[in-house]
Write a protein that binds this ligand. Structure first.
Ligand code: FE2
Ligand code: FE2
Length: 293
């Protein structure tokens, strides 16, 4: 722990889409410090692309926060030509899980930790679910038609060439395997204890409705998790990927998009009065705590 005062209330905090390949974003992380020695940090993916960058982020934040919980974004899962680690798909994911474990960082493969701080106990559930192209654009009846519309418009996610699904035949097959395995674990949880979900993608489609390019929603989640926030008693859902930082409420559950995003994006948010690089407070729920964060 570095220079962290311990006289403030412990908080459960969240950040996403750190994208530290950009020097400005790297500086934001270099400057980031918790308010309390007991603060936890949820990282909702896209910390970077290259393993050296990912390791730097995780190590830096692990040294500062009491507990760090990470889920992969699509960018961590890319097999990037400039990365000395050329593992693909599941093997790359497992490599990153081992890296996290070597630092004491919690991953979707570990027992779910329980937040015992203010408004606890709450089970923290890091998710790795990917997407399955089921958030179809208007006019498309299936994945092939949806992708055809995306290619026609020139708005195609780089995952199509960078994110390999090996050993699964497709990204959607990987997604479905993840959903089935995760659902089994969730059904074993105590239904009386609330959970905080952490996932790179929103669990529901609604947050994607404000995308500048609606056809991009195909790479943003799956309809199969549409009721998870209700079914599994979520107190909050943390996600990123959209680079549209905001809070929305669905069925009485708070959804927090915790992205920093690319510099050209966060500079626009900054002009509109947003604080950049400040983790979002998940617990205590700011509405109850009277905080505006
Ligand atoms: Fe991102
Ligand atoms: Fe992403």
């Amino acid at each position: 722990m570095q220079n962290a005062p311990s006289n403030t209330i412990p908080r459960l905090l969240a950040l996403s889409d750190l994208h530290v390949a950009f020097p400005e974003n790297r500086q934001i992380i270099a400057d980031l410090r918790p308010d309390s020695a007991a603060d936890w940090l949820l990282l909702a993916g896209d910390v970077g692309e290259l393993t050296a960058d990912i390791e730097w982020v995780l190590r830096t934040l692990r040294e500062r926060f009491c507990r760090v919980i990470w889920v992969p974004g699509n960018h961590e899962l890319w097999t990037h030509s400039k990365d000395p680690v050329q593992l693909r798909g599941e093997e790359r994911y497992q490599y990153l899980v081992r890296l996290c474990r070597s630092m004491g960082i919690v991953t979707p493969e570990d027992p779910y930790p329980v937040w015992e701080g203010p408004q606890g106990p709450v089970t923290i559930v890091p998710l790795f679910l990917l997407y399955d192209y089921s958030f179809l654009p208007d006019g498309a009846l299936n994945k092939d038609q949806g992708l055809a519309l995306a290619y026609e418009s020139g708005i195609v996610c780089s995952d199509e060439v960078m994110l390999q699904p090996d050993p699964y035949p497709s990204r959607e097959a990987w997604c479905w395997a993840r959903i089935e395995a995760t659902e089994r674990r969730l059904m074993e949880l105590d239904p009386g204890r609330p959970v905080v979900f952490v996932n790179h993608y929103p669990l529901i489609r609604e947050p994607t409705r404000v995308l500048r390019y609606p056809q991009f929603a195909q790479w943003c989640g799956t309809t199969r998790t549409a009721d998870w926030h209700v079914r599994f008693n979520a107190a909050a859902v943390v996600y990123g990927h959209l680079h549209i930082p905001r809070v929305t409420w669905h069925d009485g559950v708070k959804f927090i998009e915790a992205s920093i995003g690319y510099p050209r994006e966060w500079r626009e948010w900054q002009l509109r009065g947003h604080q950049i690089g400040v983790p979002r407070q998940i617990l205590p729920l700011s509405e109850l705590a009277g905080s505006s964060r």
